[in-house]
Ligand binder design. Structure first.
Ligand code: GRF
Length: 221
């Protein structure tokens, strides 16, 4: 499966995906990395791996819609079957997104629908939650609001700080992204009219990645 990654930050998800690709863990080929930040760590990781990069500076576009279209045109050059937002900190508008619905996913560090947007760990701690996690979902025009594919959860310990939570979650987040992309690449998960099909059946609630990296459904099987 040909993949283009969109990233704004350090790129640990990208690095994990590249390692999984190199290890033959997922049948994917990462064709390009596109960023809105010229100093994103993700770009350095991509360059080191010999992957094409494109930088699009939002300040150089007269409005958001033009920027969004430029992102998708840049991605389209590489004919991806899937676009993966891995720490891409821009909201993509409905018009540009429309032709790509079902072919673009995002990873978000919370158990959506809880805590879309920023500062998810701080918010989970403040709410007194006992678990935090990460979610992979198809992207829609609603921020972190598209149909959920899969999640991974970790326990929150007494006295945890947001930084500790983020650090403990990160390796699980990487495992979730890789396993979710594996499901898409193998055709086990598909997008259908705003919903998710798992093995051809409507997925009522997101798949859960266990500590053993095996999938569980909400029904425990
Ligand atoms: C991750 O926590 C991701 O879920 C969030 O931004 C962070 C990006 O990390 N959206 P990285 O750039 O992949 O290291």
């Amino acid at each position: 499966m040909r993949i283009v990654v969109l990233a704004s930050g350090r790129g640990s998800n990208l690095a994990a995906l590249l390692a999984a690709q190199a290890a033959g863990q997922v049948p994917v080929s990462i064709c390009a990395v596109i960023s809105d930040k010229s100093d994103a760590g993700a770009l350095a990781i991509a360059r080191d791996a010999g992957i094409a990069v494109r930088v699009l500076n939002p300040a150089e576009f007269s409005d958001r819609a033009r920027f969004d279209h430029a992102v998708f045109s840049a991605a389209a050059e590489f004919a991806p079957e899937l676009i993966v937002c891995a720490g891409f900190m821009r909201v993509l508008g409905a018009a540009a997104l429309a032709p790509w619905l079902g072919r673009i996913i995002n990873i978000h560090p919370s158990l959506l629908p809880k805590y879309p947007g920023l500062h998810t760990h701080r918010r989970a701690l403040k709410a007194g939650d006992r678990q935090q996690g990460a979610s992979v979902h198809f992207v829609s025009a609603e921020v972190d609001g598209g149909p959920l594919i899969a999640q991974v959860a970790i326990d929150i310990h007494t006295g945890d700080t947001a930084a500790q939570l983020a650090e403990r979650l990160l390796p699980r987040e990487h495992a979730l992204l890789i396993a979710s992309i594996g499901l898409l690449a193998n055709g086990r998960i598909r997008y259908h009219k705003g919903a998710v099909l798992h093995e051809g059946k409507l997925l009522e609630s997101p798949l859960q990645l266990g500590d053993d990296n095996a999938w569980r459904t909400a029904h425990g099987d």
